[in-house]
Design a protein around this ligand. Structure first.
Ligand SMILES: *Cc1c(COP(=O)(O)O)cnc(C)c1O
Length: 514
């Protein structure tokens, strides 16, 4: 099946092949790439995936999506993406928690202990292969600079995925002071000759907006290409190469649950996703759309509940919305980029409406969808939000009741999921290992409020030290070695830049000057 990629804002003339969409990252108009059509999997196609190792499940799904790589190349590339860089051959195991049909999909068994690895161990492999393919076709011989805005987890996962890869370098911008101690150390100790990390003064939205504006600055891109032979690209979840790997695990999970006798073939599975930039949950929607029997898709937010409000009202309004720092920083977001893809699909692919809404969002910081789109949205998603105190209480309640330790993001999803739980089995997407967010897990277990300081006896511990204390208290001695050893690694990056387009551009010029 020939599937190409088009721009949600109608900017592309002819559809691009997958590899080109991956290299470009974002369309020239500022829109996002989406497939021209979706493949269709039968129930048997879905169930058959369970017979294969995860890497081949991924290759199979990629092949269905018509990507422009031969199957033998797909198998090889997926073998690199999903091998012993994960700490379990299952890659993303499913753990039943309690007796009521709640299941946790553990997406954090990769090298950086967050679900971003599911996509960012895969995207760089395809990125390099796409550069090679373009060169082999006689295309341009430029290198690429991946620029990433991160609320914490994407940065490290992208650095890890792109470190020392051919034809690329990577620069990461994170909100200075807005990420956890562990996240910060993970990024600033990153190895590799082609990597660089900057703190941005401001919150994540300032950081993401600055990077987006830099991407939109054609003059800047042209000067990089002319002077340094480097083209810009993105590893944020606006890149389709980030989304497709995420579609895989929802299809695969369904097959696995049937194979494990946890679900009758064909019965519906509900899914709840802790949501920020709307990438993970959109991947679940695509999985359902191509034929996986998924029932309700539940969107879980923290106090920054712009998505919950949008799904309930059809109004996306950030004109007067405060950005709140919560124990789940990777969901602290106001502008949720991937929503654009969803709206494109729900409007019957109406680029004109998308352009208008995105322009309204930029200019008035608010847009309202028409009644028909609102109804479609409400038919598609359930939504709920959880405040920070409740989030921490949920970590404690689930630990006390089941002995299972959730990180704050997964706890938000658990709580919202529990509210919607009906008779169907429900899969909660768990997006980080608890040890990435030890300080708030400690607060949770000790009944300390989210914005209260830690007690004196642990206040001086580093993130890794605090994790060991939690492991001792709970008996959860599964701290990933890469997190446990962070204090021994040298800090390589300490620079901060202003939260503006110019700040980001100056940092990039500086890095490329080397
Ligand atoms: C990125 C992230 C999220 C949000 O995922 P989106 O795809 O941006 O919606 C949730 N939890 C964790 C731990 C994350 O790193």
């Amino acid at each position: 099946m020939d599937i190409g990629y088009i721009d949600t804002r109608g900017g592309t003339d002819a559809p691009l092949p997958f590899s080109e969409a991956v290299l470009q990252g974002i369309a020239a108009s500022g829109g996002l790439f989406v497939p021209t059509e979706l493949p269709r999997l039968s129930l048997d196609d879905v169930l058959a995936l369970a017979q294969q190792p995860y890497a081949q499940r991924a290759a199979e799904v990629y092949e269905r999506f018509g990507v422009d790589f031969a199957r033998k190349d797909l198998d090889r590339l997926m073998g690199q993406a999903y091998g012993d860089n994960f700490d379990t051959p299952d890659i993303c195991p499913i753990t039943p928690v309690g007796e009521d049909g709640m299941y946790v999909l553990e997406l954090w068994h990769g090298p950086t202990s967050a679900f971003k690895d599911m996509a960012l161990q895969c995207l760089p492999v395809f990125f390099s292969a796409s550069v090679e393919a373009a060169r082999a076709r006689g295309g341009a011989d430029n290198d690429y600079l991946i620029a990433v805005a991160t609320s914490g987890d994407t940065g490290k996962a992208a650095l890890q995925g792109f470190a020392d890869r051919a034809y690329t370098s990577i620069v990461v911008f994170y909100p200075y002071g807005g990420v956890s101690d562990i996240q910060h150390k993970q990024m600033v100790t990153q190895d590799g000759d082609n990597v660089c990390v900057f703190g941005v003064k401001g919150n994540f939205d300032d950081c993401q907006t600055s990077v987006k504006q830099m991407f939109a600055d054609e003059g800047f891109a042209e000067s990089l290409l002319a002077q340094r032979n480097v083209a810009l690209s993105s590893a944020n979840s606006i890149n389709w190469g980030r989304l497709l790997p995420q579609v895989v695990y929802y299809i695969s999970s369904y097959a696995q649950m049937v194979a494990d006798g946890r679900l009758e073939a064909g019965d519906l599975l509900d899914v709840c996703v802790p949501t920020g930039n709307f990438g993970n949950i959109l991947a679940c929607w695509y999985a359902k759309q191509v034929g996986t029997p998924i029932g309700q898709i539940i969107c879980a937010s923290n106090t920054n509940r712009v998505l919950t409000d949008f799904i309930e009202t059809g109004v996306y309004d950030i004109s007067d919305r405060e950005f709140v720092l919560t124990p789940s920083p990777s969901m602290d977001i106001l502008v949720s980029s991937n929503l654009e893809r969803q709206l494109f699909e729900l409007t019957g692919r109406d680029s004109e409406r998308i352009r208008t809404w995105m322009q309204d969002l930029t200019e008035a910081k608010c847009f309202e969808v028409d009644a028909e789109t609102r109804t479609a949205l409400q038919d598609t998603y359930r939504a709920g939000s959880v405040d920070s105190v409740t989030c921490l209480q949920t970590i404690k309640a689930v630990f006390d009741e089941y002995g299972y330790l959730l990180d704050p993001h997964s706890a938000v999803a658990w709580k919202v999921a529990a509210e919607y739980k009906g008779t169907r089995p429900l899969l909660v997407a768990s997006t980080a290992h608890w040890a990435k967010f030890g300080a708030n897990v400690y607060r949770a277990l000790h009944g300390i409020d989210p914005d209260e300081p830690l007690p004196a006896e642990v206040a001086d511990l580093s993130g890794a030290g605090l994790n060991r204390e939690i492991a001792r208290e709970t008996g959860h001695d599964d701290i990933p070695p890469a997190l446990d050893e962070l204090d021994e690694k040298a800090v390589r990056f300490t620079q901060t830049v202003p939260g503006s387009k110019l700040g980001v551009e100056a940092a990039i010029a500086d890095f490329l000057q080397g």
